[in-house]
Every structure is written in structure tokens, then in C-alpha cells.
Design a protein. Structure first.
Length: 257
């Protein structure tokens, strides 16, 4: 099994932790497949992504939620529990699939099913976009919240190898609205052929888009940096960048072209 999505998430997590100038002594990991992140830190606690997390209040200086938030029934509740488990000025990192992931697979399955049956069944779950993910941090009460995403192309032997990797990660179709009947035998073969035709690479493999959304937030603590009040800046951004400032045009005057 290639585990490309898990490897990408683990690499991104390690890079984020390396960039933080701090030694974590009591880190906790929440992940359905923790082996992929075993070497990212010296974990004190490793837990499954249950609805109620077995984390003690204020016990950890780092909490990582890895590749599970996109399946959570109550993602805000998960984040609130993580924040409560952090000591003051402790760090939270969450990493999970974003909405641009698997665009190729989604399209080819839909096209193949429409061609064979004349209808569609949801086969790839919708995932959060970056703005919605960032709102979760603020609702959970984190300080200095930041949400960003990493978009990367992965490659697989074929569409079947991609689907096998997703199934091994527990990312099979779990949508309540999916058709319960066994799909036509030819559906996945047709989708795989369309995938190879549209997204094949020069080496014979196929491309798959992976978007990883990364949430970063801190538990409020003494001496922590605070955002400035809007309008309180003492210097202009254009001066800092060494460029010219171009004012935006004002609102149009009614009755004039």
C-alpha cells in the first residue's frame, strides 16, 4: 500500500512542528491511524478520534488532531476538547482533507455512473473549504488562529490503486445518501479508464489532487501576543514593502456613468 495521503500529512505536520521554536514535553495525538505520525513527536498520549476524547484538562503543551476532523459529527466539539486539554499557551495543530481533494476521482466516478445508469450516487464525501475551517478555530476559542492549506499532486499506478489506498485509510464511501445496491460491475472499470484518459501522466501513472487544510491555534496564556486593534497601525504596509500605494476607486455616484 502506497499511503501517499498519510505520508503527505505526516510530512506537513513534521515541518510545522520544526518551525515552532519550542520543545514539547507532553504532546498528545488524536488520529485513527497513529502509526503514520509515530515519528513526528515523542507522544505522551495517543487516542482515537472518539466523540468524547479522553484528554485531561490542561495536561498537554501540544495536541495534534490528524486526518479525522473531516469525519467528525461535531468538529467544533472536537476542537473545544483539544483546547481544554492544552496548558496555557499550548499549541494545537489539526490537519485534514480539504474540499479540493480527489477532484479527479469525483469527476470520473460521476461521469462513468451517468453514462452507464443515467443517474448519480454520491461516492466522494464533500469536504470543508478553507474559510469554513478557519471559522472553527475561532468558535472553539483558540488564540491567534490560523488556517491555511497545502495543495499537492500525488501519483498512483492507476485509479484502482488510489481507491485501495483510500479504503485502507478508512476513507471509503460512508455517505448516508449513497445507493445501497451493489454498483454495476462495469462502473469502476469505466471510471478507471476515464481517469487514465484524462489524468494519465507520461510515466503511465495517474494524478490525484490532495489538499491538506492545517489549523493552528494556541490556548490563551499570559504574555501571549495579541492582535492589534484595527486602524491602530503606526506604519503603512506600502512603506514596509517598498512599493507605491494605489487607492481603490470610490463608490459610484448615483445618476452618473
Amino acid at each position: 500500500m502506497e499511503r501517499l495521503f498519510q505520508d503527505l500529512a505526516a510530512t506537513e505536520l513534521e515541518e510545522r512542528l520544526t518551525a515552532v521554536n519550542r520543545v514539547f514535553t507532553a504532546p498528545a495525538l488524536i488520529a485513527p491511524f497513529p502509526d503514520a505520525f509515530a515519528e513526528s513527536a515523542n507522544w505522551k498520549r495517543i487516542l482515537a478520534d472518539d466523540a468524547v476524547l479522553g484528554l485531561d484538562t490542561g495536561a498537554h503543551d501540544l495536541v495534534v488532531h490528524a486526518l479525522a476532523l473531516h469525519w467528525a459529527d461535531d468538529p467544533v466539539g472536537q476542537l473545544v476538547q483539544c483546547r481544554r486539554a492544552l496548558a496555557p499557551d499550548g499549541l494545537f495543530l489539526g490537519i485534514f482533507f480539504g474540499g479540493r481533494s480527489l477532484a479527479e476521482l469525483r469527476a470520473c466516478l460521476a461521469e462513468a455512473e451517468a453514462a452507464l445508469t443515467g443517474g448519480l450516487s454520491p461516492r466522494v464525501a464533500p469536504m470543508a473549504d478553507l474559510r469554513a475551517a478557519g471559522d472553527l478555530l475561532q468558535r472553539a476559542g483558540f488564540a491567534l488562529p490560523v488556517a491555511d492549506s497545502v495543495l499537492q499532486d500525488l501519483s498512483y499506478r492507476d485509479a484502482f490503486a488510489l481507491m485501495a489506498d483510500l479504503r485502507a485509510m478508512g476513507e471509503a464511501n460512508a455517505l448516508a445518501a449513497r445507493r445501497r445496491r451493489t454498483p454495476p460491475r462495469a462502473l469502476f472499470a469505466e471510471a478507471a479508464q476515464r481517469y487514465a484518459d484524462r489524468f494519465g501522466m507520461a510515466d503511465g501513472r495517474v494524478r490525484a489532487t490532495a489538499e491538506m487544510i492545517v489549523l493552528t491555534g494556541w490556548a490563551p496564556g499570559p504574555g501571549q501576543q495579541q492582535p492589534l486593534r484595527p486602524g491602530s497601525a503606526a506604519a503603512r504596509l506600502a512603506e514596509a514593502l517598498g512599493t507605491e500605494e494605489t487607492p481603490l476607486p470610490g463608490p459610484a455616484t448615483p445618476g452618473r456613468d
